[in-house]
Design a protein around this ligand. Structure first.
Ligand SMILES: Nc1ncnc2c1ncn2[C@@H]1O[C@H](COP(=O)(O)OP(=O)(O)OP(=O)(O)O)[C@@H](O)[C@H]1O
Ligand SMILES: [Mg+2]
Length: 332
């Protein structure tokens, strides 16, 4: 799948629409701004970004649900704007929104309805529905009413619906939203093992969880304000953003003079001091690029009459990487 300078601008309603529309837009809004992405065949690709970054809008454009303002999308070599019907046969979409199902129909009846809408041939329809239910582990609940389903089951039924056309590429908008950790794990295994590894499908999913993206995705893109600000593996993201390591040093017996001097040090940026117990124990947090300067600091603590109780390097949290990157992008 490939996108070329894909743009979506939402315009405020005009004329009569202004009266009937509930759109809060006062001026135009570029929700997706020149996005060019290449997703490889069989790849699990994750889309991340803060609320309002443009993830859902991008996914909807890729699935032909909304029309781009400009740009091109190719799926398996098919231009989705020029050959929409052909493209639709390659695409499955599951959103995190279960409102699209009929609450008073069973899971099976719901899928049969959507299979018919997707032009799944009559002769194959019942089997396609049973297979989709089986794939997501809902065979036993197939004849229960949709309203009796738990969030996890609804989410899985959404994925089953996306499988009805046996798509080559599966778009999943927040597939683990509001799922408990165990159900989420089941859904992740389904995506990674069954759909990607066993069936060779290409997966394009959005998520708010970097840990999840790290477990699941070969590569990710991070969006902010409609733009893609990073593309690569989570490992590459770590390398790009982790400029400084954080060391935590706990000490005892340091003089006030020493502590005041430490706070002013220029060679170590970002040193922060906190009193642990009001009893002469201090915690120093040091952010630095060079491990050497930490060993120098430890030497100075000892030379200043202090004692090093412990010293360890704190692994950068994935959320911090994400926040650094988004903030960095905004200050440019
Ligand atoms: N139909 C629409 N009309 C006007 N503005 C829209 C429309 N759909 C989305 N937007 C706006 O486009 C921007 C991107 O929204 P989008 O739903 O794509 O973000 P998102 O990254 O999916 O966010 P979230 O993480 O909250 O799901 C937002 O500012 C949103 O308000
Ligand atoms: Mg969204």
């Amino acid at each position: 799948m490939e996108t070329e300078r894909l743009i979506k601008i939402f315009y405020p309603p005009r004329g009569l629409l202004k009266v009937v529309s509930k759109s809060p837009l006062k001026s135009e809004l570029t929700a997706v701004d020149e996005v060019s992405l290449k997703v490889n065949e069989g790849e699990v690709f994750g889309l991340l970004g803060p609320n309002g970054a443009g993830k859902t809008t991008l996914i909807k454009m890729l699935c032909t649900l909304i029309r781009p303002t400009s740009g091109r999308v190719l799926i398996g070599g098919v231009d989705i704007l020029q050959e929409e019907d052909k493209a639709k046969r390659l695409i499955g979409l599951a959103t995190a929104d279960e409102r699209n199902f009929y609450w008073r129909l069973t899971a099976r009846e719901n899928l049969e309805f959507f299979a018919a809408l997707s032009n799944v041939p009559r002769a194959r329809l019942k089997r396609a529905v049973s297979e989709a239910l089986e794939q997501v582990g809902l065979t036993d609940a197939a004849d229960n009413m949709f309203y009796s389903f738990s969030s996890g089951m609804k989410q899985k039924l959404g994925i089953a619906r996306a499988l009805l056309v046996n798509p080559r590429i599966l778009f999943l908008d927040e597939p683990t939203r509001s799922l408990d950790p165990i159900t989420a794990l089941g859904v992740k295994q389904l995506i990674r093992k069954r759909f990607a590894d066993d069936q060779g499908k290409t997966i394009f999913l959005s998520t708010h969880r970097l840990e999840e993206a790290e477990q699941l995705c070969d590569r990710i893109a991070i969006m902010d304000g409609g733009r893609v600000i990073f593309v690569g593996s989570v490992g590459e993201l770590r390398k790009k953003v982790t400029q400084k390591d954080k060391y935590i040093v706990e000490t005892k017996g340091l003089s006030d003079k020493w502590l005041a001097k430490a706070a002013l040090r220029e060679s170590l940026h970002d040193i922060s001091l906190s009193n642990i117990d009001g009893n002469g124990s201090w915690r120093l947090e040091v952010k630095t690029r060079e491990g050497d300067s930490v060993s120098k600091l430890l030497g100075e603590i000892v030379a200043g009459g202090g004692r090093v109780v412990s010293c360890y390097k704190e692994q950068c949290r994935l959320e911090d990487l994400f926040i650094d990157l988004v903030k960095g992008g905004r200050s440019n």
